[in-house]
Design a protein around this ligand. Structure first.
Ligand code: CAA
Length: 258
């Protein structure tokens, strides 16, 4: 595990903390490797139900490491972008919900990382943006694609062309953030949300994520086919029997994840 990425697992909830505060958690080789390792490990762990991703110090992530990128050739830059994209896809495709606890700056690769997560909760102290045009480059870790899918093409272009850094409140209005909390309530709120999700039928939650991720970029009919298939698969689970029986018996369901 990278010295700059910590992870813990408690009561089915993984907490991944990027811990390079002296560089505002800028994404260098070590952090990217640690991030990949943490999510691969959490993906293999059967007790995981949700994951929270956050940053230590005053930043979530202030972007890809500019000092490490400055001397890259075009060939190396392409490989760097592809590596970051592969790791962020791993997070997006993680079988369980991933909640970004955006504690501070989420700029460039930092906002791109948050956007690869399923749900984004921001502290009032958070600031977000894609400031790459100030550096003579464009986002390389998915920003042009995920931002446009989240806020729409025109609002995404506005943010990409201007490099504007927006407040947490503005991010909430644009739909980048699901909620904004006081700074000291950020992690408690994310833990509460993760615990709420962890009490639901795990396979059903996982299939919801899969259906949205896979289906919404396809024509509606293809997305609906994916939904019908995953809906059918839930009827082969013990949790479907338990969930419906518990409703009929007017008692809380006890899900086992099968
Ligand atoms: N890369 C490398 N180092 C970074 C960094 C980054 N993205 N962001 C901050 N740091 C470093 C600073 O260089 C500084 O280190 P030193 O003390 O050694 O000089 C340290 O972190 C603290 O930063 P500041 O002194 O700048 O802190 P501040 O509070 O005055 O400013 C900030 C904070 C506004 C976030 C400012 O640091 C900043 O503008 N950072 C760069 C943001 C940015 O442009 N991100 C996009 C990167 S490109 C990208 O991400 C491309 C992609 O899509 C793959």
């Amino acid at each position: 595990m990278s010295e700059h990425v910590r992870f813990e697992l408690e009561a089915g909830v993984g907490l991944v903390t990027l811990d390079r505060p002296e560089a505002l958690n800028a994404l260098n080789d070590g952090i990217l490797a640690g991030l990949e390792e943490a999510f691969l490990a959490l993906g293999r762990e059967p007790s995981v139900r949700a994951v929270i991703l956050t940053g230590a110090g005053k930043a979530f992530v202030a972007g890809a490491d500019i000092k490490a990128m400055a001397g890259l050739s075009p060939l190396e830059a392409r490989a760097f972008a592809q590596r970051g994209q592969r790791i962020f896809n791993l997070i997006e495709d993680h079988p369980h919900p991933v909640i970004a606890a955006v504690n501070g700056f989420a700029l460039g690769g930092g906002l791109e990382l948050a956007m690869a997560c399923d749900i984004r909760i921001a502290s009032e102290a958070a600031k977000a943006g894609q400031p790459e045009v100030n550096l003579g480059v464009i986002p390389g870790f998915g920003g042009t694609q995920r931002l446009a899918r989240i806020v729409g093409r025109s609002r995404a272009k506005y943010l990409l062309f201007t490099g504007e850094v927006i407040s947490a409140q503005r991010g909430l209005e644009l739909g980048i953030f699901n909620e904004v909390t006081a700074p000291d309530l950020l992690l408690p709120r994310c833990r509460e949300l993760a615990a709420l999700i962890a009490r639901k039928a795990p396979l059903a939650v996982s299939h919801c994520k899969h259906a949205v991720n896979e289906g919404t970029d396809l024509p509606l009919g293809d997305g609906l086919s994916i939904e019908a298939e995953l809906f059918a698969q839930t009827f082969a689970t013990a949790d479907q029997k338990e969930g419906m029986q518990a409703f009929i018996e007017k008692r809380p369901a006890q899900f086992i994840g099968r």
